[in-house]
Design a protein around this ligand. Structure first.
Ligand code: ADP
Ligand code: MG
Length: 249
């Protein structure tokens, strides 16, 4: 049993079959990459996991619970956190404040769900936010305005905003998009580090093959809305179906 189990998911936009009978099984504690040419349906699939889109048919089970019909907020409360393709941060607030906000949201949401749960104090939330900033290499920028950060730092801030919620599953849509090579490598190292220290399951959509092969335990290849291959990285390189999908782009 996977922590995330997706069965026979279909999604149509007018005449376009954006997802065609997609099956995906993500094992707990692993990094599962989804690759494929532009328009393959990768972001659409992720949107079905977080409640931004509802599949026409099929099921999405997370940790034994169906996510279908839940709001994005409710899904977040089950332990799913997502880094978007374009950063969504509070530009007028400091870096530390940006990380504290989702921690408060998580606390207050959980408090509503479980009145007997332990309620974190503001000081505890601040400590956890600072620790998370350290994990993402942003400790020295904690008092900066978020709008003044570099593009790469903004992406890492967004990851910190997800991580501070202690998700069980972290979804990353092209986390290194637009980054220079050095910045990309730094982000890979940080993601590996949090993988080891926090043991969070990750689903990563990525164009950059260097990132995919550095991080992934399993790779699912999509093309034209369908899964064409799922295998370990060493078997994906040079796979004829994968080459065909990319050459046909
Ligand atoms: P990927 O992330 O793999 O590049 P997407 O999931 O963004 O691909 O898109 C898959 C296909 O669905 C594309 O052809 C895209 O144009 C289309 N699509 C995505 N979102 C919508 C939408 N909200 N309405 C209509 N078409 C969409
Ligand atoms: Mg996309």
């Amino acid at each position: 049993m996977g922590i995330l189990e997706v069965q026979n998911v279909n999604k149509r936009f007018g005449g376009l079959q954006a997802l065609n009978n997609v099956n995906l099984n993500v094992q707990k504690g692993t990094v599962h990459a989804i690759i494929g040419p532009n328009g393959a349906g990768k972001s659409t699939l992720l949107n079905c996991f977080v409640g931004r889109l509802t599949p026409d048919t099929g099921s999405v089970m997370f940790d034994g619970q169906s996510l279908l019909g839940l709001t994005p907020h409710q899904i977040n409360q089950t332990g799913v956190s997502r880094v978007f393709q374009t950063p969504e941060i509070f530009t007028d607030l400091s870096v530390l404040e940006n990380v504290m906000i989702p921690a408060f949201a998580k606390r207050d949401g959980s408090f509503r769900l479980n009145p007997f749960g332990k309620v974190q104090s503001e000081a505890e939330i601040r400590d956890h936010a600072e620790e998370t900033l350290r994990d993402m290499g942003l400790a020295d920028k904690r008092n900066m305005l978020a709008s003044e950060m570099s593009r790469g730092d903004k992406r890492r801030l967004e990851m910190a905003m997800c991580l501070v919620q202690d998700p069980k599953l972290l979804l990353l849509d092209e986390p290194t998009a637009g980054m220079a090579r050095a910045d990309t490598n730094r982000t890979i190292d940080l993601l590996k580090h949090i993988g080891e220290t926090r043991g969070i399951t990750k689903v990563v959509i990525e164009h950059d093959m260097h990132v995919v092969f550095s991080l992934a335990d399993t790779i699912t290849v999509m093309a034209q809305g369908a899964v064409i291959v799922e295998d370990k990285p060493e078997n994906i390189k040079g796979h004829p179906k994968v080459r065909e999908a990319y050459l046909g782009e």
